[in-house]
Design a protein around this ligand. Sequence first.
Ligand code: ADP
Ligand code: ZN
Length: 613
Amino acid sequence: MTKEEILRQLYGYDSFRPGQEELIEAVLGGRDVFGIMPTGAGKSVCYQVPALLLPGITLVVSPLISLMKDQVTALNQMGVHAAYLNSSLTMNQYLKALQLAKRGQYKLIYVAPERLLTESFLDFARFADISLLAVDEAHCVSQWGQDFRPSYLKIQEFVRMLPRRPVMAAYTATATRAVRDDCIAMLGLINPFVKTTGFDRANLYFEVRQPADKDKELLTILDKHREESGIIYCATRKNVEEICDKLIREGYRATRYHAGLTDAERARNQEDFLYDVSPVMVATNAFGMGIDKSNVRYVVHYNMPKNMESYYQEAGRAGRDGEPAVCILLYSGQDVVTNQYFIEHARENDELDEHELAIVKDQDHKRLRQMTAYCFTEDCLRSYILRYFGEEAVESCGNCGSCCGDFEAQDVTDSAMALLRMVWESGGRYGAQVLMDALRGSSAQKVKQFGLDRLSGYGALRGMPVHMLRKVLHKLYGMQLLKQQGDPYPVVKITPEGKELLLEEVPVRFTVQVEKKEKTAQKKTKGSMAAGEAESSLFEALRSLRMALARAQGVPPYLVFSDKTLTDMCRKLPENKEEMLAVTGVGEKKFELYGESFLEEIQKYREKDSAVE
Ligand code: ADP
Ligand code: ZN
């Protein structure tokens, strides 16, 4: 078979995505490769296809148990023999799998890095014919990356212990230069073919909102996605708990995930999400590494994450099937404060000395500022993201909050300056509320008690709605001109940059985003029903059928067929095997498993349809 035939017959895809073909060719030609591709770009195809074409076994090193299981299930569904070796297996299961591996039963073996140097695994590996060693999430080998795993350092040692060095292929979604160089060095790649593919995910719609009431805003968003699957990321466990409870009360089938739950609860909730038993997941950033659920139609960030890398990775879990999906971030100034706290109180990494620690913190603060700037930019959000990751970008993408313009900039320079002056004049000793009261000319008791009514700024912003003033305040936090300090009674202080701005009267224009009076037509984001081309009743019928088949097989529905595949069926209305195979995502094996059932369902729909006519 050729690689094209594999892609068509096994995966049911028409063509390779950008970068895939070159990376596959290089591996087949015996060259090490390093692929840098965003989440959802299709890294697994880059090593699975060569795995099927090479004579020997392909080992895939992956840090994530859930991902291994998912991929192995997906491969088995396509009729490929694959297995995983990690701590989720009992000793017996593990030995059994190794035995089958020795007999050459598997083309692909997923293995956790900490297994590599164990006696039993080496005993197998030394005598096996290993053609390719693929390293998934390769940035885990780098201490500059965010998910450093010391066990990844063993990979190079493992390779040295093999009688014959296999081709090595590493893949990651982390693109910074430092991480990239580190990966190549620490994995010992030899003159690798390096390919960075576009970070753009054209099907994702990006937006930032600064609502006065996040809960209300969240419900508004979710209401447009009633039947769809989505993820809501929160900064803290407490938020996760509260929001999940709230959504359940509102009638959503929601579940939760954070580090405070037991292993069993986490596993069950994740399973419920994958199987669409609970299509809505409320979670901290502990959730999602390696989650390959393709039909996630929205990712809402209830809090701003600590940097763009985290944001793009988390948001990128939406729309992995390539269908339209939305990524909305709900910003408030408090998010900056929370993240600053996290950075300052990060659990110390004892491998770092004081100097190194200071550098890391500095970097973290810088990244946080860039994340905050994303929330305030009036430029195209997609181009902001792409430039951040070092890519060229167009001025205006036409598919983000800035480009689609539900919001417009309002000049708030005067009130921003008044706020800064008030904080400065009053000596940084008071809380946000009383300061805003004073600016608005309130006769509240505290204002008088603290003597704020005698300051020149008293009443300077009379008549300004408090939610607007709060927005300005949060903007100033975000720009790190003001900061909150103190626990449990935080006071507002001016930062050195804030002072500089006041003293030197640097001319700056401050704006905040406010919702346009007349909202432009709501963007159509019913992803699965793109452009209304497909009949929604048929889609629903196919979706139920998929659910039933998935249940019977004990696999997640999206592993039966993706939303994209169902949508394509609705468009093409295949009548026979040949036509069904032309649907994206339907390969030979999948057709054997499910093709007839889906053809029948479509036939039923067609009859019903013509009966009405
Ligand atoms: P990641 O790069 O995050 O590891 P995956 O390998 O999980 O991404 O792929 C994301 C999704 O894209 C999967 O559902 C996969 O089957 C699909 N995909 C990969 N390659 C192609 C292709 N050439 N055509 C269509 N879909 C593809
Ligand atoms: Zn845009």
